[in-house]
Design a protein around this ligand. Structure first.
Ligand SMILES: Cc1cc2nc3c(=O)[nH]c(=O)nc-3n(C[C@H](O)[C@H](O)[C@H](O)COP(=O)(O)OP(=O)(O)OC[C@H]3O[C@@H](n4cnc5c(N)ncnc54)[C@H](O)[C@@H]3O)c2cc1C
Length: 493
């Protein structure tokens, strides 16, 4: 296969991120995006992980200025979990649980206490609702341990502008696919016009027009780990609520609810299992919890899992067309970053002539990235003891941990040791041992080998937490940081 000409089917975040990434990395390629005005984009999906800024501002070397101006993000430094027996805990992107401070016998995870619910400086900041430290001149000292909250439609608008700037053609049309021996022979518009390319990217969202509907690639369900299959989504305009520097994930009777912080609005979504609750009862619980929601909340149906392969013949799936897991760790945009960067790297490395082993490698790598997410999310469900409803009883007894099973067994005997991470998680696991420790320690999962820290170490830890807390109280809120970057063009995060 020689790739010179690519058609991307879909103009949601997946399609536009794919087109932008390929055009930026391989400008010689001709790239067209076809999107249906009839179907539109999914319109939800609003929190990211660390991989988003890394992809756009490091891998693609774009400048953040237009992103801040057009997509209007806010910073996400953590997820605040209202989950398990502790009142709350935070999962940051800063690898705090695995660190070991000078003078301490073990890493931070062994000393964590609910009374000071932070394990390092970044979680201390978010525990005080602060985003970044303040420099002596009053400006934020930005760091890179953050994701964003972004409204889906604004993100799509920003991506579309960039695609056009870099020479991607965008065509509005609803198409059907024509099969061929190689996979897809052409995309056909309603007026009969045929469009052909060397490679077709299927970014058609849940419709999965090419990979699912046309090529019938088998689907691997994650339903034995992830029981939820619906979300009810609503929002309200911000009034006097503080702009929080984190996403909240809150335990609900039959699943959980996110809270995402946009500058002018607050977005909430209840992810639930239709086997345990009706849409009407879920909506009622959602509205009881969120009485400020305006308009009619929308129900989105989904299935958790992935197609067996991303790349089949002359088709590569990207985003929701390949698979989906609920946004408990906000991983959809992250996996799109993985899918599109590995595709660009594969084309670069093969001089745009990918062969079967390269395709096989691509498929193995991306399948692993999907399964890693399923494994990590299963730990969230297996150990959440906050509620004792039928849903949570079933989750604790029946959720399958798959690839996380041995890591959890190791933790159960050895506690929040860092040794397991190096042995059990491959280098590209996006959560790493620190992610697992945040969730296992955060949910207060019991383990056998307790560490009886000497009094001097306990005091050192307590004092260190006090210092982090004091520094955090001096920090800047998200509103203050946004104010600074708007007033000084030179100070982009
Ligand atoms: C409830 C919920 C919450 C979520 N929360 C998060 C989150 O917090 N963080 C996160 O990272 N992700 C989240 N996501 C996922 C995220 O929204 C998506 O993964 C992401 O936006 C990518 O969507 P997409 O581009 O694959 O699909 P879509 O946005 O659905 O785009 C599909 C595109 O294909 C086009 N198309 C389809 N069929 C045809 C056709 N026949 N002809 C022409 N065009 C066609 C459509 O017009 C559209 O342009 C969430 C998803 C759901 C359901």
């Amino acid at each position: 296969m020689r790739v010179q000409d690519i058609i991307v089917l879909g103009g949601g975040s997946a399609g536009l991120m794919a087109a932008l990434t390929l055009k930026r990395r391989l400008p010689q390629l001709s790239i067209r995006v076809v999107r249906s005005p009839e179907f539109g984009v999914i319109g939800v999906g609003e929190a990211t992980t660390l991989s988003f800024p890394k992809h756009f501002f490091e891998y693609l070397k774009l400048k953040p200025q237009s992103f801040f101006e057009e997509a209007e993000p806010t910073w996400k430094l953590a997820i605040r979990f209202l989950w398990g027996p502790r009142p709350r805990f935070y999962y940051t992107f800063a690898y705090e649980f695995q660190q070991r401070l000078p003078g301490m016998g073990r890493n931070n995870g062994f000393y964590y206490r609910s009374e000071q619910p932070w394990a390092g400086p970044v979680s201390a900041f978010v525990a005080h609702d602060k985003a970044f430290p303040k420099r002596p001149d009053g400006t934020p000292r930005f760091h890179n341990n953050h994701g964003y909250h972004i409204e889906n439609v604004k993100l799509v608008g920003w991506l579309e502008g960039l695609c056009r700037t870099f020479g991607v053609e965008i065509i509005d049309a609803t198409v059907t696919a024509e099969r061929s021996e190689a996979g897809i022979g052409a995309l056909v518009m309603e007026d009969g016009t045929r469009m052909t390319a060397d490679l077709y990217l299927d970014a058609s969202g849940f419709r999965s027009e090419l990979l699912g509907r046309t090529l019938a690639e088998p689907f691997i369900s994650y339903a034995d780990s992830l029981f939820c299959d619906r979300a009810v989504v609503g929002s309200w305009n911000r009034t006097d609520e503080p702009l929080l520097p984190y996403t909240t994930a809150e335990t609900m009777d039959t699943g959980w609810c996110w809270q995402i912080e946009h500058e002018h609005s607050i977005n909430r979504g209840y992810v639930y299992s239709s086997s345990f609750i009706s849409d009407e009862a879920a909506l009622a619980e959602f509205l009881r919890k969120n009485p400020r929601v305006t308009g009619t909340p929308r129900v989105v149906k989904f299935r958790s899992g992935r197609h067996a392969r991303n790349w089949v013949g002359n088709v590569v799936g990207i985003g929701n067309s390949v698979g989906f897991v609920e946004p408990l760790e906000s991983t959809a945009l992250q996996i799109i970053c993985v899918e599109v960067s590995t595709l660009a790297d594969s084309l670069l490395d093969s001089l745009c002539e990918p062969n079967p082993t390269l395709v096989e490698l691509y498929n193995r790598y991306n399948a692993q990235a999907w399964d890693d997410i399923r494994d990590f999310l299963s730990v969230h469900y297996k150990f959440n003891t906050r509620l004792d409803t039928p849903f949570w009883q079933a989750a604790r007894s029946d959720v399958q941990l798959h690839g996380a099973q041995f890591l959890v067994d190791f933790y159960r005997q050895n506690g929040p040791s860092v040794v397991a991470g190096a042995q059990l998680l491959h280098a590209s696991n996006s959560f790493g041992m620190d992610g697992y420790l945040a969730l296992l320690v955060g949910q207060d999962v019991a383990y056998d080998r307790r560490y009886a820290a000497p009094v001097a170490e306990e005091k050192l830890w307590h004092d260190r937490c006090q210092v982090w807390g004091a520094e955090a109280r001096q920090g800047l809120t998200s509103e203050q940081c946004l104010g600074v970057i708007r007033n000084s063009g030179s100070c982009w995060a």
